[in-house]
Write a protein of this length. Sequence first.
Length: 645
Amino acid sequence: MSDQGSSQGNQYPPDPELAKTANVRPEMKDQGLEEFWDNQAKDKISWFEDYDQVLEWNLPYAKWFVGGKLNACYNAVDRHVENGQGDKVALHVVPDDGPDSDQAHDITFAQLQEQVVTFANGLKKLGVGKGVPVGIYMQMIPQAVVAMLACARLGAPHTVVFGGFSGKAVAERCNDLECKVLITQDQALRGGKSADQKTNADEGLDAGPTTVEKVVVVKRTGADIPMSDRDVYLDDLVDGESGDAESCPCEPMESEDLLFLLYTSGSTGKPKGVVHTTGGYLVGVATTHNLVFDVKDDSVYWCAADIGWITGHSYITYGPLVNGCTSVLYEGVPGYPDKEVWWKIVEKYKVSILYTSPTAIRSHMKWGEEHAQAHDLSSIKILGSVGEPINPEVWEWYREYVGGGKAPIMDTWWQTETGHILITPLPGITTMKPGSAQQPFPGVLPEIRDDEGNKLDVEQTGNLVLTAPWPGMMRGLYKDDERFRETYWSKYSDAYFAGDGAKYDADGDIMLMGRLDDVVNVSGHRLSTFEVESALVEHDDVAEAAVAARKDPDTGQAIVAFVSLKGDKQGTEELEQALREQVAQSIGKLARPATVIFAPDLPKTRSGKIMRRLLKNLAEGEELGDTSTLVDPSVVDEMKKQIDG
Ligand code: PRX
């Protein structure tokens, strides 16, 4: 656990000018929970049929806006066209080689509608319709957003698999949700390098039985790739299809109909299929996007996340588009084609809201502020941070060099499971303290408790819980009620257990203190030690593996793998590479261990349990404490030698 928050550090009171015009009003916090969300649901969302009940709470399952009918794509696209906003830019599309590329282009809301309708008409021919699940395995290209919206238009639940995950991960997730169709792209293009996305997917699908019957392939690079009878190019699928909205009306969905499933890592077992439904989720993402980032008609918003994660779902696709906001959609990575590309994007499109991860900011900070200073960033009004704790010095840098020394930073705490932002400063209201998310969003009721369930006072670290439901909350784990109850609702009988440590500071602000379980956070990407261990033991030479995280100045946390080998196998450099490759193949490159420590055995207690606390301490280079319960303490000395180098 790391103590990133600081109640002693600098404080930044809200700008009085911003306070006058901010969308969020202080009195919103005084509204009752149902009253607040009811008002927002009416204000932010267009309903085909009104709901007759705001909330039906049957712990741990909530139903929001019961009886209401709506469609996510209608809210994100069609209604803006109907309201005369068809010519407004929905997406400034920035390709991998940056905003000066001749592939950079804009997509208006009317054009977006045409693309979505055409895509949806194509999908219909493959049998996709209401309740027919679809997998999406793509990079940050506009067709990824279009694919999600086309599914939503048809009432087909989607599951997006992060484009950097392995084919095996794609196949597992598609099989779990029983996807009939997978949408992918020929190749990925990132940082100037192409990678075979579609072939990757094939490898996963062909490794065993699959529910996927058809693979739709979007051309990104146009490379000559192997295509089989199962595959169809999007261009061929939609050839001659109409883009006229009436040719494919938006399917009216119940509030509680499944919108998407997103798999995320837990501390044990396979990835969990987090269930998100339509009405509450859309109200939650549209409201938080609007109020946290103070979105105005002329805002230009850029969330530099990936659609493969929840941040991309809520704050690239659904939140901003439902709010009719102009966004930047960026395919690339920080630092390519040069270290200034981000700031060129901000300058060219006059980005007013930038939402990104501490890991990305740390990269920019490392490269030096001169790159940001070489560009006019005066359009920036609000900054956001998400996914991991932001170190106070990184926060200060972000504000100074990106925010012109004045933009407030919204350090937003939330999770795949929560669907939308729950704890965050608010523009024009919160006195900001670098390094923590601080305050509950209106209509959200957190508490910090000890293990016995007592509410904790200031400066005592405990467990973060939520004592009341919120609209975008997960509606369970797909086909696994038992795991849902066990993971989130068994620690306390009356509250959602988030898995994060937290404390109140002297002013009553919430300071997040990091995960309490075996979930690790590498560059804001959520992984479980268990998954990485499972990947490692798939290698023939490995007898046993245990994984811990250490702090890393660039990626927040980094993975350290402790591996014992079979028989007389030796831990060579080649084997280390092979193990890293094994993890890349099984999960994805982002899960590769930064350090591999070979040992004759793993440190175990006499009852045979691996001493994880000790491995954590070893990984962090901390004092090891009591090792007397170990069967063979010399194992630890051997490991320590390797770590100390
Ligand atoms: O530990 C918290 C951390 O990220 C976890 C959720 O990860 P994921 O489901 O992948 O969603 C990430 C994007 C919302 C949380 O349990 N986390 C997220 N935001 C913050 C954070 N930790 C500290 N401060 C944050 N602002």
